[in-house]
Design a protein around this ligand. Structure first.
Ligand code: SME
Length: 137
């Protein structure tokens, strides 16, 4: 039983499992909409600390997903103009929105140090992870 774990602790464990299980998942974190502000706030994550704990809607890959409600797969971050760099080692990124009652309330964000690593299988798998996280919220 994991009844003793808080929501944040459970989401933190999901980050740890994903980062340690899949070699090309090198930074795994969650951003959530910050109240009624037009911004995302960093939640649990595993990987290098980032300065980007608040991201305005529309800014970077994460901010774009906050408004598009669509998966965003970036095979080569150097080819993206609206991108917020967290680490020079990052080559690729995937962001998948989390929906609760049809509303986009946040997202999972994964950075990879491997170029072009993400497939449709990653999208399907992470959509499943996001649905499980939505049940915890
Ligand atoms: N690269 C993201 C910012 C968050 S860091 O990857 C942790 C973006 O462009 O939105």
């Amino acid at each position: 039983s994991q009844d003793h774990l808080s929501k944040d602790e459970r989401i933190q464990e999901i980050c740890t499992i994903l980062e340690s299980s899949i070699d090309y998942y090198n930074w795994v974190g969650f951003y959530f909409k910050n109240g009624d502000k037009q911004e995302l706030k960093l939640g649990p994550y595993v990987g290098e600390p980032t300065d980007h704990t608040i991201i305005p809607f529309g800014k970077g890959i994460c901010g774009q997903v906050a408004v598009s409600n669509q998966n965003f797969v970036v095979p080569d971050v150097s080819a993206q103009d609206n991108y917020i760099a967290c680490s020079i080692t990052v080559k690729a990124e995937i962001v998948i929105p989390i929906f609760v009652n049809g509303e986009n309330i946040g997202q999972i964000d994964i950075d990879s140090n491997t170029p072009d690593p993400f497939s449709v299988d990653d999208e399907r798998f992470l959509e499943f992870v996001c649905k499980e996280v939505a049940k915890l919220l």
